[in-house]
Design a protein around this ligand. Sequence first.
Ligand SMILES: *Cc1c(COP(=O)(O)O)cnc(C)c1O
Length: 381
Amino acid sequence: MIYADHAATTRLRDCALQAMMPFLTDCYANASGAYPFGQAAKKALEDARRQIADCIHAAPSGIIFTSGGSESDNQAIRSAAEIGARSDKKHIISAAFEHHAVLRTLDALRADGWEITLLDVGERGIVSAEQVAAAIRPDTALVSVMFANNEIGTIQPAAEIGAVCRQRGVLFHTDAVQAAGHLPIDTEEMQIDLLSASAHKFGGPKGAGFLYARRGISLTPLIYGGAQERNRRAGTENIPAIVGMAAALAEACAEMESESAAVRRQRDAIIAALSEIPGSMLNGDAEMRLPSNISFCFAGIESETLLLLLGERGICASVGSACASGAAEPSHVLRAIGRSDALARGALRLTIGAELTDSDRQTLIAAVRENVERLRAISHR
Ligand SMILES: *Cc1c(COP(=O)(O)O)cnc(C)c1O
Protein backbone atom coordinates (compact mmCIF):
# COMPACT_ATOMS: atom_id res chain seq x y z
CA MET A 1 0.00 0.00 0.00
CA ILE A 2 1.10 3.55 -0.70
CA TYR A 3 -0.56 5.96 1.69
CA ALA A 4 -0.80 9.41 0.08
CA ASP A 5 -3.59 10.91 2.16
CA HIS A 6 -1.70 12.44 5.09
CA ALA A 7 -3.86 15.58 4.98
CA ALA A 8 -6.85 13.38 5.88
CA THR A 9 -5.08 11.66 8.75
CA THR A 10 -1.73 10.18 9.73
CA ARG A 11 -0.46 7.01 11.34
CA LEU A 12 0.01 7.16 15.11
CA ARG A 13 3.69 7.76 15.89
CA ASP A 14 5.36 5.03 17.96
CA CYS A 15 6.42 7.57 20.57
CA ALA A 16 2.77 8.60 20.94
CA LEU A 17 1.61 5.03 21.45
CA GLN A 18 4.37 4.46 24.01
CA ALA A 19 3.42 7.61 25.87
CA MET A 20 -0.25 6.64 25.85
CA MET A 21 0.07 3.04 27.00
CA PRO A 22 0.40 3.65 30.75
CA PHE A 23 -2.66 5.89 30.70
CA LEU A 24 -4.71 3.31 28.79
CA THR A 25 -3.80 0.66 31.34
CA ASP A 26 -2.51 1.11 34.90
CA CYS A 27 -2.66 4.90 35.21
CA TYR A 28 -6.37 5.27 34.62
CA ALA A 29 -7.11 7.83 37.33
CA ASN A 30 -9.31 10.86 36.80
CA ALA A 31 -7.11 13.96 36.87
CA SER A 32 -9.58 15.55 39.31
CA GLY A 33 -8.82 12.88 41.96
CA ALA A 34 -7.40 14.36 45.16
CA TYR A 35 -5.30 11.23 45.91
CA PRO A 36 -1.74 10.70 44.64
CA PHE A 37 -3.03 8.35 41.89
CA GLY A 38 -5.13 11.21 40.50
CA GLN A 39 -2.32 13.68 40.94
CA ALA A 40 -0.15 11.59 38.62
CA ALA A 41 -2.79 11.99 35.90
CA LYS A 42 -2.98 15.70 36.64
CA LYS A 43 0.79 15.98 36.34
CA ALA A 44 0.74 14.17 32.97
CA LEU A 45 -1.93 16.59 31.79
CA GLU A 46 0.08 19.65 32.79
CA ASP A 47 3.33 18.22 31.39
CA ALA A 48 1.54 17.69 28.06
CA ARG A 49 0.23 21.25 28.14
CA ARG A 50 3.74 22.60 28.68
CA GLN A 51 5.20 20.39 25.94
CA ILE A 52 2.59 21.57 23.43
CA ALA A 53 2.96 25.22 24.43
CA ASP A 54 6.73 24.97 23.86
CA CYS A 55 6.20 23.66 20.32
CA ILE A 56 4.23 26.74 19.27
CA HIS A 57 6.04 29.23 21.52
CA ALA A 58 3.03 29.98 23.72
CA ALA A 59 2.25 30.18 27.42
CA PRO A 60 1.00 26.82 28.79
CA SER A 61 -1.99 28.53 30.42
CA GLY A 62 -3.16 29.51 26.93
CA ILE A 63 -3.59 25.90 25.77
CA ILE A 64 -6.89 24.09 26.21
CA PHE A 65 -7.54 20.53 25.14
CA THR A 66 -10.41 19.75 22.79
CA SER A 67 -11.70 16.86 20.69
CA GLY A 68 -9.86 18.06 17.59
CA GLY A 69 -9.57 20.69 14.90
CA SER A 70 -13.28 21.13 14.28
CA GLU A 71 -14.07 21.81 17.92
CA SER A 72 -11.11 24.18 18.25
CA ASP A 73 -12.21 26.16 15.18
CA ASN A 74 -15.79 26.37 16.47
CA GLN A 75 -14.72 27.53 19.91
CA ALA A 76 -12.13 30.03 18.67
CA ILE A 77 -14.58 31.75 16.34
CA ARG A 78 -17.53 31.65 18.77
CA SER A 79 -15.35 33.14 21.49
CA ALA A 80 -14.04 35.95 19.30
CA ALA A 81 -17.55 36.67 18.05
CA GLU A 82 -18.81 36.94 21.61
CA ILE A 83 -15.95 39.23 22.65
CA GLY A 84 -16.65 41.43 19.62
CA ALA A 85 -20.38 41.58 20.26
CA ARG A 86 -19.74 43.04 23.73
CA SER A 87 -18.51 46.21 22.02
CA ASP A 88 -20.93 45.97 19.10
CA LYS A 89 -18.35 44.58 16.70
CA LYS A 90 -20.17 42.05 14.60
CA HIS A 91 -18.04 41.82 11.46
CA ILE A 92 -15.72 38.89 10.77
CA ILE A 93 -13.16 38.49 7.98
CA SER A 94 -12.18 35.07 6.70
CA ALA A 95 -11.34 33.45 3.36
CA ALA A 96 -13.27 31.51 0.75
CA PHE A 97 -11.05 28.42 0.97
CA GLU A 98 -11.27 27.76 4.71
CA HIS A 99 -12.13 24.35 6.16
CA HIS A 100 -15.83 23.71 6.68
CA ALA A 101 -15.31 23.78 10.45
CA VAL A 102 -14.63 27.51 9.98
CA LEU A 103 -17.06 28.23 7.13
CA ARG A 104 -20.04 26.49 8.74
CA THR A 105 -19.41 28.26 12.05
CA LEU A 106 -19.39 31.54 10.14
CA ASP A 107 -22.66 30.54 8.41
CA ALA A 108 -24.23 30.03 11.83
CA LEU A 109 -23.00 33.44 13.00
CA ARG A 110 -24.26 35.08 9.82
CA ALA A 111 -27.71 33.66 10.55
CA ASP A 112 -27.43 35.24 14.02
CA GLY A 113 -26.71 38.70 12.60
CA TRP A 114 -22.95 38.80 12.14
CA GLU A 115 -21.60 40.14 8.88
CA ILE A 116 -19.02 37.93 7.22
CA THR A 117 -16.49 38.99 4.57
CA LEU A 118 -14.82 36.09 2.75
CA LEU A 119 -11.63 37.23 1.04
CA ASP A 120 -10.63 36.01 -2.42
CA VAL A 121 -7.60 33.78 -2.46
CA GLY A 122 -6.65 34.32 -6.11
CA GLU A 123 -5.28 31.68 -8.45
CA ARG A 124 -2.27 31.08 -6.18
CA GLY A 125 -4.52 30.28 -3.23
CA ILE A 126 -2.98 32.87 -0.93
CA VAL A 127 -4.52 35.65 1.16
CA SER A 128 -2.32 38.73 1.45
CA ALA A 129 -1.92 40.94 4.49
CA GLU A 130 -2.86 43.89 2.26
CA GLN A 131 -6.23 42.28 1.48
CA VAL A 132 -6.81 41.79 5.19
CA ALA A 133 -5.83 45.38 5.97
CA ALA A 134 -8.21 46.71 3.30
CA ALA A 135 -11.11 44.62 4.63
CA ILE A 136 -10.78 45.62 8.30
CA ARG A 137 -13.53 48.02 9.47
CA PRO A 138 -14.15 49.74 12.79
CA ASP A 139 -16.64 46.97 13.65
CA THR A 140 -14.36 44.04 12.73
CA ALA A 141 -14.11 41.59 15.63
CA LEU A 142 -12.00 38.84 14.09
CA VAL A 143 -9.81 37.80 11.19
CA SER A 144 -9.72 34.03 10.68
CA VAL A 145 -7.27 32.86 8.01
CA MET A 146 -5.88 29.35 7.96
CA PHE A 147 -2.14 28.73 8.33
CA ALA A 148 -2.03 26.24 5.44
CA ASN A 149 -4.82 24.96 3.23
CA ASN A 150 -5.81 21.30 3.52
CA GLU A 151 -6.66 20.75 -0.15
CA ILE A 152 -4.09 22.70 -2.15
CA GLY A 153 -1.45 23.01 0.58
CA THR A 154 -0.83 26.72 0.21
CA ILE A 155 0.86 28.45 3.15
CA GLN A 156 -0.50 31.83 4.19
CA PRO A 157 1.58 34.81 5.38
CA ALA A 158 0.48 34.34 9.01
CA ALA A 159 3.07 36.68 10.52
CA GLU A 160 2.14 39.52 8.17
CA ILE A 161 -1.57 39.03 8.76
CA GLY A 162 -0.90 38.84 12.50
CA ALA A 163 0.99 42.14 12.38
CA VAL A 164 -1.85 43.90 10.56
CA CYS A 165 -4.44 42.54 12.99
CA ARG A 166 -2.45 43.48 16.10
CA GLN A 167 -1.83 46.97 14.76
CA ARG A 168 -5.53 47.46 14.04
CA GLY A 169 -6.68 45.91 17.31
CA VAL A 170 -8.49 42.97 15.71
CA LEU A 171 -8.24 39.39 16.97
CA PHE A 172 -6.42 36.94 14.65
CA HIS A 173 -7.38 33.27 14.59
CA THR A 174 -5.61 30.72 12.44
CA ASP A 175 -6.69 27.15 11.70
CA ALA A 176 -3.23 25.59 11.92
CA VAL A 177 -4.45 21.99 11.66
CA GLN A 178 -2.34 21.31 8.55
CA ALA A 179 0.62 23.30 9.85
CA ALA A 180 1.15 22.16 13.43
CA GLY A 181 4.04 19.71 13.52
CA HIS A 182 4.80 20.39 9.86
CA LEU A 183 5.79 24.08 9.74
CA PRO A 184 7.48 26.29 12.33
CA ILE A 185 4.88 28.16 14.39
CA ASP A 186 5.66 30.94 16.82
CA THR A 187 2.50 32.49 18.27
CA GLU A 188 4.49 35.35 19.82
CA GLU A 189 6.45 36.38 16.78
CA MET A 190 3.52 35.79 14.41
CA GLN A 191 1.15 37.68 16.73
CA ILE A 192 -1.43 34.90 16.65
CA ASP A 193 -4.26 35.35 19.15
CA LEU A 194 -6.13 32.07 18.63
CA LEU A 195 -4.84 28.88 17.01
CA SER A 196 -6.49 25.52 16.28
CA ALA A 197 -4.69 22.19 15.92
CA SER A 198 -5.57 18.51 15.70
CA ALA A 199 -3.48 15.57 16.94
CA HIS A 200 -4.27 13.09 14.16
CA LYS A 201 -2.77 15.36 11.51
CA PHE A 202 0.71 15.12 13.06
CA GLY A 203 0.93 11.52 14.20
CA GLY A 204 -1.18 11.80 17.33
CA PRO A 205 -4.43 9.97 18.08
CA LYS A 206 -7.77 10.86 16.53
CA GLY A 207 -10.32 12.77 18.58
CA ALA A 208 -7.82 15.05 20.33
CA GLY A 209 -6.76 18.58 19.59
CA PHE A 210 -5.99 21.86 21.22
CA LEU A 211 -6.92 25.49 21.06
CA TYR A 212 -4.46 28.23 21.95
CA ALA A 213 -5.79 31.55 23.19
CA ARG A 214 -3.46 34.44 24.03
CA ARG A 215 -3.52 35.66 27.59
CA GLY A 216 -6.52 37.88 28.27
CA ILE A 217 -8.77 36.35 25.62
CA SER A 218 -11.73 34.73 27.32
CA LEU A 219 -12.93 31.53 25.71
CA THR A 220 -16.64 30.80 25.56
CA PRO A 221 -17.33 27.17 26.45
CA LEU A 222 -19.13 25.06 23.85
CA ILE A 223 -19.65 22.31 26.42
CA TYR A 224 -21.00 23.06 29.88
CA GLY A 225 -20.41 20.89 32.91
CA GLY A 226 -17.46 20.46 35.26
CA ALA A 227 -14.68 22.93 35.85
CA GLN A 228 -12.09 21.12 33.71
CA GLU A 229 -9.75 23.24 31.58
CA ARG A 230 -10.45 26.14 33.95
CA ASN A 231 -14.14 26.21 33.04
CA ARG A 232 -13.44 26.54 29.36
CA ARG A 233 -14.14 22.94 28.31
CA ALA A 234 -16.11 20.60 30.55
CA GLY A 235 -15.73 16.82 30.63
CA THR A 236 -13.18 14.37 32.03
CA GLU A 237 -9.88 14.97 30.26
CA ASN A 238 -8.84 12.37 27.70
CA ILE A 239 -5.43 11.88 29.34
CA PRO A 240 -4.14 9.08 27.05
CA ALA A 241 -4.96 11.05 23.90
CA ILE A 242 -3.60 14.31 25.32
CA VAL A 243 -0.35 12.67 26.38
CA GLY A 244 -0.06 10.98 22.97
CA MET A 245 -0.73 14.26 21.20
CA ALA A 246 2.02 16.02 23.17
CA ALA A 247 4.55 13.26 22.45
CA ALA A 248 3.65 13.28 18.75
CA LEU A 249 3.92 17.05 18.45
CA ALA A 250 7.23 17.17 20.31
CA GLU A 251 8.69 14.53 17.98
CA ALA A 252 7.19 16.13 14.86
CA CYS A 253 8.73 19.47 15.82
CA ALA A 254 12.11 17.95 16.65
CA GLU A 255 12.23 16.11 13.32
CA MET A 256 10.57 18.84 11.28
CA GLU A 257 13.63 20.14 9.48
CA SER A 258 15.00 16.83 8.29
CA GLU A 259 11.59 15.30 7.63
CA SER A 260 10.25 18.20 5.64
CA ALA A 261 13.40 18.47 3.52
CA ALA A 262 13.06 14.80 2.53
CA VAL A 263 9.32 15.03 1.90
CA ARG A 264 9.72 18.24 -0.09
CA ARG A 265 12.25 16.57 -2.37
CA GLN A 266 9.79 13.76 -3.14
CA ARG A 267 6.96 16.26 -3.60
CA ASP A 268 8.93 18.30 -6.14
CA ALA A 269 9.85 15.19 -8.12
CA ILE A 270 6.20 14.10 -8.24
CA ILE A 271 4.99 17.58 -9.20
CA ALA A 272 7.59 17.76 -11.98
CA ALA A 273 6.55 14.37 -13.35
CA LEU A 274 2.79 14.95 -13.16
CA SER A 275 3.18 18.40 -14.74
CA GLU A 276 4.34 16.63 -17.89
CA ILE A 277 0.98 14.92 -18.32
CA PRO A 278 -0.87 16.90 -21.02
CA GLY A 279 -3.88 18.80 -19.67
CA SER A 280 -2.59 18.81 -16.08
CA MET A 281 -2.61 21.86 -13.85
CA LEU A 282 -0.97 22.23 -10.45
CA ASN A 283 -3.40 23.72 -7.94
CA GLY A 284 -2.05 26.45 -5.68
CA ASP A 285 1.27 28.24 -5.49
CA ALA A 286 4.28 26.07 -6.31
CA GLU A 287 6.58 27.62 -3.68
CA MET A 288 4.38 28.56 -0.74
CA ARG A 289 3.03 25.07 -0.15
CA LEU A 290 3.22 22.33 2.43
CA PRO A 291 6.12 19.91 1.85
CA SER A 292 3.61 17.04 1.67
CA ASN A 293 1.05 18.50 -0.75
CA ILE A 294 0.60 17.66 -4.43
CA SER A 295 -2.71 18.86 -5.91
CA PHE A 296 -3.58 18.67 -9.59
CA CYS A 297 -6.52 18.99 -11.93
CA PHE A 298 -6.51 16.74 -14.98
CA ALA A 299 -8.71 17.91 -17.83
CA GLY A 300 -11.22 15.43 -19.20
CA ILE A 301 -11.36 12.91 -16.34
CA GLU A 302 -13.56 12.21 -13.31
CA SER A 303 -11.71 12.11 -9.99
CA GLU A 304 -13.91 9.41 -8.50
CA THR A 305 -13.01 6.93 -11.19
CA LEU A 306 -9.33 7.82 -10.97
CA LEU A 307 -9.42 7.26 -7.19
CA LEU A 308 -11.05 3.84 -7.66
CA LEU A 309 -8.39 2.79 -10.15
CA LEU A 310 -5.59 4.06 -7.91
CA GLY A 311 -7.23 2.29 -4.97
CA GLU A 312 -7.11 -0.99 -6.88
CA ARG A 313 -3.36 -0.49 -7.13
CA GLY A 314 -3.10 0.04 -3.39
CA ILE A 315 -2.75 3.79 -3.59
CA CYS A 316 -4.67 5.88 -1.06
CA ALA A 317 -5.32 9.32 -2.53
CA SER A 318 -8.20 11.78 -2.44
CA VAL A 319 -9.88 14.52 -4.41
CA GLY A 320 -9.43 17.10 -1.72
CA SER A 321 -12.05 17.39 0.94
CA ALA A 322 -14.73 14.75 1.34
CA CYS A 323 -17.52 15.07 -1.22
CA ALA A 324 -20.90 15.72 0.36
CA SER A 325 -22.96 13.08 -1.45
CA GLY A 326 -22.31 11.10 -4.60
CA ALA A 327 -23.47 14.26 -6.33
CA ALA A 328 -19.85 15.32 -6.91
CA GLU A 329 -20.23 18.95 -5.93
CA PRO A 330 -16.91 20.53 -6.98
CA SER A 331 -14.61 21.58 -4.16
CA HIS A 332 -15.13 25.08 -2.78
CA VAL A 333 -11.35 25.43 -2.58
CA LEU A 334 -10.82 24.71 -6.27
CA ARG A 335 -13.66 27.09 -7.06
CA ALA A 336 -11.99 29.72 -4.88
CA ILE A 337 -8.78 29.53 -6.96
CA GLY A 338 -10.84 29.92 -10.12
CA ARG A 339 -10.88 26.38 -11.46
CA SER A 340 -13.90 25.70 -13.69
CA ASP A 341 -16.34 23.09 -12.42
CA ALA A 342 -15.38 20.83 -15.32
CA LEU A 343 -11.68 21.01 -14.44
CA ALA A 344 -12.34 20.71 -10.70
CA ARG A 345 -14.11 17.40 -11.34
CA GLY A 346 -10.75 15.99 -12.38
CA ALA A 347 -8.91 16.89 -9.18
CA LEU A 348 -6.39 14.69 -7.39
CA ARG A 349 -4.74 15.36 -4.04
CA LEU A 350 -1.70 13.38 -2.97
CA THR A 351 -0.39 14.19 0.49
CA ILE A 352 2.76 12.22 1.18
CA GLY A 353 4.69 11.35 4.31
CA ALA A 354 8.29 10.66 5.28
CA GLU A 355 7.83 6.92 4.77
CA LEU A 356 7.44 7.31 0.98
CA THR A 357 10.36 5.56 -0.74
CA ASP A 358 11.85 6.33 -4.14
CA SER A 359 10.25 3.20 -5.50
CA ASP A 360 6.85 4.22 -4.05
CA ARG A 361 7.27 7.55 -5.76
CA GLN A 362 7.90 5.92 -9.12
CA THR A 363 4.93 3.60 -8.67
CA LEU A 364 2.74 6.55 -7.75
CA ILE A 365 3.76 8.62 -10.77
CA ALA A 366 3.34 5.73 -13.19
CA ALA A 367 -0.07 4.81 -11.76
CA VAL A 368 -1.40 8.35 -12.04
CA ARG A 369 -0.05 8.83 -15.54
CA GLU A 370 -1.35 5.49 -16.84
CA ASN A 371 -4.78 5.84 -15.30
CA VAL A 372 -5.29 9.43 -16.45
CA GLU A 373 -4.44 8.32 -19.99
CA ARG A 374 -6.67 5.26 -19.69
CA LEU A 375 -9.66 7.30 -18.51
CA ARG A 376 -9.22 9.77 -21.31
CA ALA A 377 -8.97 6.98 -23.87
CA ILE A 378 -12.22 5.45 -22.54
CA SER A 379 -14.08 8.75 -22.59
CA HIS A 380 -13.01 9.41 -26.17
CA ARG A 381 -14.10 6.05 -27.51
C1 LIG B 1 -8.64 18.01 9.43
C2 LIG B 1 -8.86 19.47 9.48
C3 LIG B 1 -9.76 20.04 10.40
C4 LIG B 1 -10.62 19.19 11.30
O1 LIG B 1 -9.86 18.53 12.29
P1 LIG B 1 -10.54 17.31 13.09
O2 LIG B 1 -9.58 17.02 14.18
O3 LIG B 1 -10.63 16.18 12.11
O4 LIG B 1 -11.86 17.79 13.56
C5 LIG B 1 -9.87 21.41 10.45
N1 LIG B 1 -9.14 22.20 9.64
C6 LIG B 1 -8.27 21.70 8.76
C7 LIG B 1 -7.47 22.63 7.92
C8 LIG B 1 -8.11 20.33 8.64
O5 LIG B 1 -7.24 19.84 7.75
